[in-house]
Design a protein around this ligand. Sequence first.
Ligand code: FES
Ligand code: FES
Length: 166
Amino acid sequence: MMINGVPVSLPNDPRVSLLDLLREHVGLPGTKKGCNQGACGACTVLVDGERILSCLALAVQYEGRAITTIEGLGRPGALHPLQQAFVEHDGFQCGYCTPGQICSAVGMADEIRRGVPSHVTRDLAAETIALSPDELRERMSGNLCRCGAHNGIVAAIAETLAEAAK
Ligand code: FES
Ligand code: FES
């Protein structure tokens, strides 16, 4: 598989999760292990642009796929626009949920672009989906923040996506 543009061999042990491959085998600790059972979103990464929970994924399932982690989105001195917005809007305190929030928001933006409806989308036939506060909160509801920084997180994502849509 490719991880952030670098080829990586699959693990010999088929039981290794994608999350553990990233953190323990490849040395990319940006992706966080929270619940390790699909409930918190801290482990969210992008696979061919789609957001997934890496704690629920076996690494061997992703042969030939392109994985993007927070390390692949931006770096010090060249932050991704969402990373910059999280700083400006106080979108984190401890920062543990932040990589997952940002990867999830990148995946969500693509879902909006493709017209994928959510549980709160009123018009399922609409060609474009407006990113209302309800849409944003519903679509990010799989990413929990125990510090309670949700208001800053929502503001950062809303501003970044609005800028990108101009
Ligand atoms: S660590 Fe994967 S959802 Fe919580
Ligand atoms: S910033 Fe601490 S859990 Fe979200």
